[in-house]
Design a protein around this ligand. Structure first.
Ligand SMILES: [Zn+2]
Length: 330
């Protein structure tokens, strides 16, 4: 079966795959970003740079619960029933795991090797450590290797990057950035390095050899984003933010938060169910406070929490229905 509209393919094997067996799946992808559009612009691959996520590049296997339409009004318009409720951690673990598997909610961790080619004036960045680099037919090639099992979400970036580096306790901390945006580069690497030190003391050793930060264009709808192998900072809210504004150091806060996701979200990667965000985001927010307190003293935390409280209330003002509970108990 091949459904061209949704890009869904069904493959049936003649013989079942034995336990521990292997299967090779090959696919090729062509992205067409040409043409005239009114909206929905996609600038993941441009002449002077690339920032593309693995979810765009690679096929996904099995039913994907996360692709279901979540908004009640949108579902009603299309005649769909109520949204499938989130998994709740009140049933037995094996039953919960089986239901999560059926709904495509437990993507396994992976290891990955990538070979990326780009034009001569650009550097390509992939997940893990750089193992080789060469030039053939006027194209630069880069080979990366991630041997530590990791959450299956990573970006591929390429651009005319400058780099700022330092080694902290055996970990290479690197920032790849647009050279014209380098005013805070040394400071960002210093903040990321100190975040590693502060957070390792609290939560255990950082599991990788490289902590990589990468500047991406402002058009991406996030301030910063922690994916496997890369903490992506937008040019507007990361590289070019004015650190003199306000009494809370925004760079320390933002970078501390994204480094903390190495533990919350990437080392501890909870099942996609009720309470997941409490572990992934609440603990990252808590780590952000530890990091900021270590830099500016605990007195600054009250101002930071009052800002976060305002953000929480303004978010609630635009939400329909009841607020989901953090946790359900039997
Ligand atoms: Zn976060």
């Amino acid at each position: 079966m091949a459904d061209a509209r949704f890009g869904v393919h069904a493959v049936a094997r003649r013989e079942p795959l034995v336990s521990g067996g292997q299967l090779t799946l090959s696919n090729a992808l062509t992205l067409d970003r040409t043409g005239v559009r009114a909206d929905g612009f996609n600038e993941d691959v441009a002449a002077n740079g690339t920032f593309i996520r693995s979810s765009t590049l690679m096929p996904v296997i099995g039913y994907q619960g996360r692709f279901e339409i979540g908004a009640d009004a949108e579902r009603a318009k299309r005649g769909l029933g109520a949204v499938t409720p989130m998994l709740t951690p009140v049933e037995s673990l094996p039953a919960l795991a089986a239901r999560a598997r059926d709904r495509g909610l437990t993507p396994a961790w992976f290891t990955v090797r990538t070979t990326i080619s780009t034009s001569l004036d650009q550097t390509a960045l992939g997940p893990g450590d750089l193992v080789n680099e060469w030039t053939v037919n006027k194209r630069r090639h880069f080979s990366y290797r991630l041997d530590q099992p990791s959450t299956p979400m990573f970006p591929i970036s390429a651009g005319r990057y400058a780099v700022e580096r330092r080694v902290v306790g055996g970990v290479a901390v690197e920032l790849w950035y647009h050279a014209a945006h380098g005013a805070h580069a040394a400071r960002i690497v210093e903040i990321a390095s100190r975040s590693l030190t502060v957070l390792q003391q609290q939560f255990g050793a950082f599991p990788h050899k490289t902590l990589r930060l990468v500047e991406v264009p402002a058009g991406w709808g996030f301030g910063a984003y922690a994916q496997t192998g890369s903490r992506d900072l937008t040019e507007s809210r990361g590289m070019l933010s004015d650190a003199r504004k306000g009494d809370v150091d925004l760079l320390v806060r933002r970078i501390g938060h994204e480094v903390a996701h190495e533990w919350w979200g990437h080392t501890v990667d909870p099942l996609w169910g009720e309470g997941r965000l409490t572990i992934v985001e609440t603990l990252a927010k808590y780590s952000e406070q530890l990091r900021l307190g270590a830099q500016q003293g605990d007195a600054v935390l009250a101002r930071m929490m009052s800002f976060d409280h305002d953000r929480y209330l303004s978010g609630r003002a635009n939400t329909m229905g009841l607020e989901p509970t953090l946790l359900t108990t039997a």
